[in-house]
Design a protein around this ligand. Structure first.
Ligand code: ATP
Ligand code: MG
Ligand code: MG
Ligand code: MG
Length: 488
């Protein structure tokens, strides 16, 4: 089943169950406390907190999401993207646990060609492969799974608040969750359900039961329940890519139809071979991880630019910049030094435009943003690379870490970002004396401040310039066209 069909099956099912179809909101979070939309429920926050009344009792969406907290997992696990789509169904004071649990089961297990009685299409998953978790004392959810749905007790596990209790971190709504996992089989890990192995048993769907009013929240696991919510709500999230990986019979989400074409183009451009390994001991593992990361980040960059984010030094702009730079670095670490971004982004556009026509309609603008960013970064890289290489070989021959002063000089003179230094040094098997680097950065900042105080007149403009350079956060420095040129 193609990703597009997963989305349409999702919508059709919940629309047939009386839900209003709500289009995806922007990746730029409509909620001011978040940078990006990180879950399907984000556009509905005012309805859940009660500051606004929902215009419908039931809603269904397929929401574009960005989760930067997962960036280090990308390509290493089978299931974490920086961009992904969360399929959600929502009840605003309407159905609760006994409504949502049987629907979730029916949708996952009904045949893809349609249920003979209801005609509703499902995802055709083998019920024997599904496991569920509930919150430790949620006997109600446990009972519905076991008695109404018929899941054998052995495949229902009770989890604590770290995993299965949702709260916002603030006093307000909160409640237990129940999650559905898919067993990929013994080739992927030990028996024992999700409690034993989250790589073998892949979490696909989270059902959140907004049940209580919390009077205080100290952490994920410490909170006080004041009482039941007047209006109990349902918020669910199913990872479209995770389901696609299962339904398409591939090893991970980066091999699904909306992502794989970029991975393929990256391997072609680099002249390497993707082997689909998850084994860190495998000699091709680093290359595979890199290709998966490149495919993921390229798509994230495309979707972010399409939603109006521009590379910059702070906030969402910085995240976008970092994603783009990781793609370029990843390609470079496989020996590709020419510009690649516009080509990769065009492949991603073709994979995404069926669902998101805006990526095609605005493509020339999107490509221009990406190309400019790449050009600026490539200039920075080429200026610093020679210097870095010599510092690396000095470090290698002495057996000591790369001198923090060299990393600082690279940053200061070439605008060579510290994370590039770290990554390229690591690639050569050399550590970097990061503490020394940070010390020098701090000293420079303090010097600039002292200078600015000491010379109130005369050199005002150069002082401001120096201060600006010194105060630019280290990992952001030197890769906009402007600052790169000032540094060189
Ligand atoms: P995990 O434990 O695997 O990191 P999660 O518990 O953080 O997932 P939820 O916050 O419960 O995920 O989000 C709901 C659903 O969204 C998940 O069950 C999963 O299917 C999907 N999902 C979450 N994070 C990602 C991601 N980074 N990439 C792809 N899908 C994701
Ligand atoms: Mg997670
Ligand atoms: Mg989880
Ligand atoms: Mg979860």
């Amino acid at each position: 089943m193609k990703s597009e069909d997963i989305a349409s099956t999702w919508y059709d099912y919940f629309v047939a169950k009386g839900h209003t179809k709500v289009p995806s909101a922007s990746l730029v979070s409509p909620d001011p406390s978040l940078l990006f939309t990180i879950a399907g429920m984000v556009p509905f926050i005012p309805y859940f907190t009660g500051t606004e009344t929902a215009p419908y009792d039931r809603a269904v969406s397929v929401q574009k999401c960005i989760r930067t907290e997962d960036i280090e997992e990308v390509g290493k696990t089978a299931r974490h993207g920086t961009f992904f789509q969360m399929c959600g169904n929502f009840s605003f004071g309407d159905y609760f646990k006994a409504g949502v649990i049987p629907m979730a089961w029916e949708l996952l297990t009904s045949p893809t060609e349609g249920d003979p009685e209801t005609g509703l299409r499902g995802f055709g998953l083998d019920p024997e492969r599904l496991w569920v978790t509930v919150y430790q004392d949620d006997d109600e959810a446990f009972g519905i799974w076991r008695d109404t749905v018929g899941v054998p007790e052995e495949r229902i596990q009770r989890f604590g608040p770290e995993d299965n209790f949702w709260n916002t971190g603030q006093p307000g709504p909160g409640g237990p969750c129940s999650e559905i996992y898919y067993d990929r089989g013994p080739a992927y890990g030990a028996d024992g359900g999700p409690a034993a192995d989250e790589d073998r048993y892949v979490e696909i769907w989270n059902l959140v039961f907004m049940q209580y009013r919390l009077s205080s929240v100290q952490s994920k696991s410490e909170f006080e329940i004041a009482g039941p919510l007047e209006k109990q709500n349902i918020d669910t999230g199913l990872g479209l890519e995770r389901l696609a990986m299962i339904l398409q019979g591939v090893e991970n989400m980066y091999e699904t139809d909306q992502v794989r074409p970029v991975l393929d183009r990256a391997q072609e451009l680099a002249g390497v071979t993707y082997t689909s390994t998850e084994d860190p001991e495998d000699p091709n593992h680093a290359t595979d991880v890199r290709l998966r990361m490149i495919a993921d980040h390229t798509r994230s960059a495309l979707m972010l630019i399409a939603d109006g984010v521009r590379p910059g030094n702070e906030g969402g702009g910085y995240i976008l910049r970092r994603l783009i730079r990781r793609v370029i670095l990843g390609m470079r670490l496989m020996g590709v030094e020419k510009p690649v971004l516009s080509e990769l982004i065009a492949v991603s556009r073709d994979a995404m435009k069926g669902v998101y026509p805006e990526v095609e309609a605005n493509f020339s603008k999107i490509a221009q943003v990406a190309e400019r960013e790449e050009q600026a970064f490539l200039r920075t890289i080429s200026a610093g690379t020679e210097r870095l290489e010599s510092a690396v070989s000095t470090a290698k021959s002495s057996g000591a870490p790369l001198d923090g002063a060299d990393a600082f000089a690279l940053h200061d003179t070439y605008g060579f970002p510290i994370d590039l230094t770290l990554e390229m040094a690591a690639e050569a098997g050399v550590a970097v004396d990061e503490n020394r680097f940070r010390e020098l950065m701090t000293e420079q900042r303090e010097r600039a401040r002292a200078d600015a105080k000491g010379k109130k007149s005369g050199h005002a403009d150069t002082e401001i310039y120096r201060q600006l350079l010194a105060d630019t956060p280290t990992h952001f420095t030197g890769y906009t066209e402007h600052t790169t040129e000032s540094h060189i």
